[in-house]
Structures are given as structure tokens and as C-alpha cells.
Design a protein around this ligand. Structure first.
Ligand code: BT5
Length: 239
């Protein structure tokens, strides 16, 4: 069960790093490491995740690889989907999923996911800007980040968010069906049907997002008419 044990810290380097210390327990699967703040919060590609505002949610879920009966490449999308569902359950705020791991509100990022493999576990790290204040975002992300507090104009209860989020995440894992999941992801997609510029390794691909594959890959019709399956990359521009 997700969150059968939630271990809370005041300040950590990164909950993803701390989670590794809890990967050898008998009941590791489903343990959640939660922090009020991080001083070395990480995004993908060693980017920084701003985590000094105690209004945010910073957590890592430990999942035993042996219990995952789907392509683990789907984990970031599943986590983003569960965040997006939870936000819509506790507020009137409309959310979108930006492949592969972001939740977007009002064209700004409200949540990001970092999945890492450690031994025989996946560590699913999730950052959600719940009650973050605009003045606390660093200058480089002030215009591209938002929080539920900023969008909804009120403070959201962290415990309720966590309870709903664990249950949404768990329900996707338990009754996993890739077709249903992809259908939902498409409904909430920020990019489907739009022209994008995607950075894949050291090249950029330009084209239209036409679909998602069952393993979560993005399908692009590139400007030269080729269909590209992209399983890892970064959407740098959306039009
Ligand atoms: C992510 O990376 O979006 C994954 C973020 C995962 C954070 C969680 S917090 C708990 C766990 N412990 C960790 O150390 N990490 C996980 P990426 O797609 O690479 O996006 C990173 C980019 O998002 C940065 O370069 C900024 O532009 C932007 N960013 C940084 N902090 C942000 C914030 N709080 N809100 C919105 N955008 C942010």
C-alpha cells in the first residue's frame, strides 16, 4: 500500500537520495519519504528543483521493481496523472499533463516527477507546488512556475492532498491498464495536436504530437512527414 509508512523529515538534501536508505526493509514497497524542505532538490538531468518553500510537497515513493507489471517507463506519466487527478479532486483548478513528467496549470509548471532506479526498486520523486508563494520562487522560474495557492487563492491542506494522492496513485497501479491510462493522458495532454520542438539527446525534433504509445512514448509527425517514437526527451517549445 502506498504510504503505509510515511517518514517525515524537516529538511533533507533530496528525498530521492534519502529513500535509498529505506530500500532494504522488508516492507520497503510503498514507503514514502516526505520532507518540509530540500536543500538539494533535483530534477532530471541534474537540474535543480526549487524546494525551500515549506508550502511545497516534496516526497519520494519506493516501489519494488518486482511488483511492477507494466513498462516502468510509464511511471513518470502515472505519477503526473495521479498528481493532476488529485489537484482536480481538491480544487477547481484545471490541470494538464506535459509529457513526460510535468503537471501544468495555466501554462505554468505546478509539479514535476523524477523517477530513478536503485537496486531492485524504483524511487518515484514528486514535487508539487501546493502552497508556495510567488515571492519565494527564484527569479529564473518565477514566470514559468505556479502553485495551487497562487491559482486557487487559498491554502490547501497538505494531509488531504497526500491522502488523495496516495489513493489515486495506488488505484492506477492496482488496476493498471495501459489503454485506459493512455486515453486519460490524452484527455489531459498539454501537447496533443500541437506543434512542438523536442530536444532528444543533442538534437531537436520539430513536429506535431499525434499520439502516445502504450509504453508512454510520444508519437510525433515530424515536419518532414516521418513518424517518430520518442521515449525520452524534453519538450522545449509548444505552439
Ligand atoms: C522535474 O525535473 O520536473 C522533476 C522534479 C522532481 C522533484 C522531486 S521533489 C521530491 C524528489 N526529490 C528530489 O530531489 N526530486 C524529486 P525537470 O523536468 O528536469 O524540471 C526541472 C526544471 O523545472 C528546472 O530546471 C526549473 O526550470 C523548473 N523548476 C524547478 N523548481 C521548480 C518548482 N518548484 N516549480 C516549478 N518548476 C520548477
Amino acid at each position: 500500500m502506498i504510504g503505509h509508512k510515511v517518514i517525515t523529515f524537516d529538511e533533507v538534501s533530496s528525498t530521492n537520495d534519502l529513500a535509498k536508505e529505506f530500500c532494504n526493509e522488508v516492507d520497503s514497497n510503498g514507503i514514502v519519504i516526505l520532507a518540509n524542505k530540500q536543500n538539494k532538490g533535483r530534477g532530471r538531468f541534474e537540474r535543480r528543483w526549487h524546494s525551500s518553500d515549506i508550502g511545497g510537497v516534496y516526497l519520494s515513493i519506493i516501489l519494488a521493481a518486482t511488483l511492477i507489471n507494466f513498462d516502468p517507463k510509464l511511471l513518470p506519466l502515472i505519477a503526473a496523472y495521479a498528481v493532476s487527478k488529485t489537484i482536480e479532486q481538491i480544487s477547481d483548478i484545471k490541470t494538464f499533463i506535459k509529457w513526460p513528467n510535468d503537471v501544468i496549470v495555466n501554462n505554468k509548471k505546478v509539479s514535476g516527477v523524477l523517477v530513478e532506479k536503485y537496486k531492485n526498486f524504483y524511487i518515484v520523486g514528486i514535487g508539487v507546488n501546493l502552497n508556495n508563494r510567488k515571492e519565494n520562487f527564484p527569479i529564473d522560474i518565477k514566470e514559468k512556475a505556479t502553485s495551487l495557492f497562487i491559482e486557487g487563492g487559498k491554502v490547501y491542506n497538505k494531509e488531504i492532498f497526500l491522502k488523495d494522492f496516495f489513493s489515486s496513485f495506488e488505484s492506477v497501479l492496482e488496476s493498471f491498464n495501459s489503454l485506459d491510462l493512455i486515453k486519460e493522458i490524452k484527455k489531459k495532454s498539454y501537447t496533443l495536436g500541437k506543434n512542438v520542438n523536442i530536444k532528444v539527446a543533442d538534437k531537436n525534433i520539430f513536429g506535431k504530437v499525434i499520439d502516445f504509445a502504450n509504453d508512454g512514448s510520444l508519437l510525433i509527425e515530424s515536419t518532414d512527414g516521418k513518424i517518430e517514437y520518442i521515449n525520452s526527451g524534453e519538450i522545449v517549445d509548444v505552439n
